[in-house]
Design a protein around this ligand. Structure first.
Ligand code: GUN
Length: 298
């Protein structure tokens, strides 16, 4: 039987609708809206397109949005001063510095300069530590893992006691999603295994998974025979495998052989239209949360 497709595009729409409602209520009751600043250094086309989408989404939700573009040659000192300015701006609840930064800037220094309570990417070590502790300690979840967890929950996948196998150990996806799913709580309480490039037998681990999360960055890495029948498969891979000559757009492929996998999995995310669209929605959710925390209403 063909798997149920978990559409990130549809879930994002629902989440943005929920956020908009809360923003409207916040404005009415408290005379405030969430404030987000996006800082883009330089003019990489990929970064421009990501930031443009973030800005558009924030504006569509009624956020106070500042798009603070900076030249490629801004000094590290000036960038740190800019972050300090927004750290002290009461109308700004979220600070997003688009990565990657130019080589002359130490990105770790920049990310660590963001006030952890405005770190809506959840990249600051304080937020990574809060995630590790779990429970009430957590202010923001990193956006892509948070999107993955939302998709798992909203697709009705049982996580409690489930075998979750995470392929990939990056700081942005693999490690945090594994930690989140092993915690107590909704969309969690799972038994989690992380596998990676040095794992001896990837296939045998994947075959055990009730929920398989693949964030390896290798097109078609996961073969259909590695998937347990009925499993939920979350494909985080976004691999550019060519160019559509007619549209001029990149051809994207996930880390899972989707066409074959959908005949075995119970639920599966497509690429594109799966995890990708969720990330910005979760960034908006974090910014709303930050605004609520600052107003003492969360
Ligand atoms: N560059 C690519 N993805 C991201 C992201 O999620 N956050 C930031 N800040 N930069 C990025």
């Amino acid at each position: 039987m063909t798997a149920q497709i978990i559409s990130g595009t549809e879930i994002r729409k629902a989440i943005l609708g929920e956020i908009k409602e809360e923003v409207d209520q916040m404005k009415e009751k408290h005379g405030k809206v969430p404030g987000l600043v996006t800082i883009l250094v330089g003019s990489s086309p990929a970064s421009i397109s990501y930031v443009t989408l973030k800005v558009k989404t924030a504006i569509s939700l009624g956020f106070h949005e500042i798009q603070d573009d900076q030249p490629e040659d801004i000094s590290e000192k000036d960038l740190l001063a800019l972050i300090d300015k927004y750290n002290n701006d009461p109308d700004i609840h979220g600070i997003l510095v688009q990565l990657p930064l130019p080589k002359h800037i130490d990105d770790k220094k920049v990310l660590n300069a963001i006030n952890p309570d405005k770190d809506v990417d959840a990249f600051h070590p304080v937020n990574v530590g809060r995630l590790m502790i779990g429970g009430d300690e957590v202010k923001f979840l990193p956006c892509t893992p948070a999107g993955i967890q939302e998709m798992i929950v909203r697709s009705g996948t049982e996580t409690s006691g489930a075998e979750v196998v995470v392929v990939g150990r990056s700081n942005i996806v693999g490690k945090p999603i594994a930690m989140m799913m092993a915690q107590k709580g909704v969309g969690a309480n799972a038994t989690v295994t992380i596998v990676h490039t040095r794992t001896k037998d990837l296939a045998s681990h994947c075959k055990r998974a009730d929920i398989l999360v693949v964030a390896a960055g290798v097109p078609d890495l996961v073969k259909p025979e590695w998937i347990k029948p009925g499993a939920t498969v979350i494909d985080v891979g976004v691999n550019r495998v060519g160019m559509n000559e007619q549209t001029g757009k990149a051809i994207l492929k996930g880390d899972v052989d989707f066409d074959a996998a959908k005949e075995i999995a119970g639920k599966i995310t497509p690429v594109p239209g799966g995890v990708g669209p969720m990330t910005i929605a979760m960034l908006m959710k974090n910014t709303l949360r930050s605004a609520k925390l600052s107003l003492g209403i969360d």
